[in-house]
Ligand binder design. Sequence first.
Ligand code: FAD
Ligand code: NAI
Length: 467
Amino acid sequence: MKYDVTVIGSGPGGYVAAIRCAQLGMKTAIIERYNVLGGTCLNVGCIPSKALLDSSEHYHNADKRFETHGIGISNLTVNMKQMIKRKNDVVSQTTGGIDFLMKKNKIDVYHGHGSFVNANTISIAKADGKTETIETDKTIIATGSKPIAPAAFNYDKKRIITSTEALNIDKLPKRMAIIGAGVIGLELGSVFARLGTEVEVVEYGDRSIAGMDGDCSKELTRSLKKLGMKFHFKYKVTEVKTTSRSTTLIAEQRDNQKPLEIKADYCLIAIGRYAYTDKLGLENVGIKTDDRGRIETDAHLQTNVPGIYAIGDVVKGAMLAHKAEEEGSFVAEIIAGQQPHIDYNLIPGVVYTWPEVAAVGQTEEQLKAAGIPYKSGKFPMRALGRARASMDIEGMVKILAHKDTDEVLGVHMVGPRVADLIAEAVVAMEFRASAEDIARMSHAHPTYAEAVKEAALAATADRALHM
Ligand code: FAD
Ligand code: NAI
């Protein structure tokens, strides 16, 4: 078979790239090493983690908050097997949707491990041991990422686990130790903490969600501590040991080497992910990678080999599904001769804990470091009627605007449904709005979105109305 474009990897980067190529009239193939399409995001990432976050949030509300609403429940139980089954159903409905989209767009799907024979020939090693070869004019590498698991952590997939295994625990653990207070550690940690597991997080840095604004980190850590999660900051985990039923995490204080040992049923390793290019045959075509194993590309996401592109987690930048998707469309349009654009500064970041955290643009720390003059407007969720009605009073919205021009430079939120609210900030910043532009727009009452207007008022002239 000969294709205009072959995409290797069917995650949100790869399948979106394939759809866009097909929409633009190219004969397109997609290769996926697993039997199911959708990549990390749909199978062991975004979708299953959100399904469990939603289920555990329902339980937590029933257990801790319904009574205040005047709703009584007796004999509340957690049925982990059913929770995992529902999660699996959500995953299969979602991956089934990708099968449909491939058919609809007449994209040929190959299941097997793809690797370069040369720049225009790709070999596909199938599960039954057979190999198939296809010819292609252009190739898009979208092979994604895998969890980092250092040898000293003795990752055994049973008791010492990564997010992939954590999403399938069907008996509620009594104790869980987590290495890393990043996005995965906090999202999955909160799933188990809500259900009643004692969760302890060990983090090398000074604070949680390190890349995000310091105020968001403070608010979120406070809120997760209230949920019962314990944090050990400035501790470096050096080793994890296991017996068949339990684990021991060994760490030392970063600055004074004070030792720390935590025993738990499971130890979840959540210290980041690495670009996945195993057995891809990059050496057969001479594709360059950087010091972190990520495929190097130019501004058009083309590798050093003409006609071969790379997108998503396997290249530099945030490891986010929507970033991978944007790059998928971008590359397809570049191949079609168009002139697309991605503003990486406006890719939002979200942590789906409760309260949620969402952000776009620059953090206060980044503005300070760059010496950019800015002003800040902040508004607490607790001052909103909507938040009091729903009992979701934790969090705030912070808008950072240029001190002289009033242009919005960054928006940082902690609170209910801020994962959805951040879209308003992205639109505003895409159109280079000033804080005053947002402040003068009508926001429906009562909504959580009123916090955005109020923060913009506070940033404009320190004139929030309800504070
Ligand atoms: P992937 O989704 O990793 O897909 C790559 C695919 O390529 C895989 O299916 C793989 O099997 C296949 N492949 C690899 N090599 C080959 C080969 N040689 N031949 C054939 N196929 C191959 N991001 C968000 O934006 N929001 C979230 O809420 C979110 N939650 C997450 C939760 C968890 C627990 C995890 C682990 C990640 C989460 N992410 C989230 C990150 C998100 O999943 C990734 O950024 C996204 O999946 C990257 O997409 P991708 O297409 O680059 O790669
Ligand atoms: P992360 O990079 O977010 O956090 C890892 C943390 O582990 C860091 O704070 C780091 O200091 C700490 N750490 C590293 N080594 C350590 C050690 N030896 N001892 C103690 N602490 C140590 O990585 P995480 O949480 O694994 O997530 C990986 C990627 O997945 C993220 O980059 C994110 O983009 C993506 N993701 C996105 C989600 C979302 O968008 N909601 C949800 C889940 C994952």
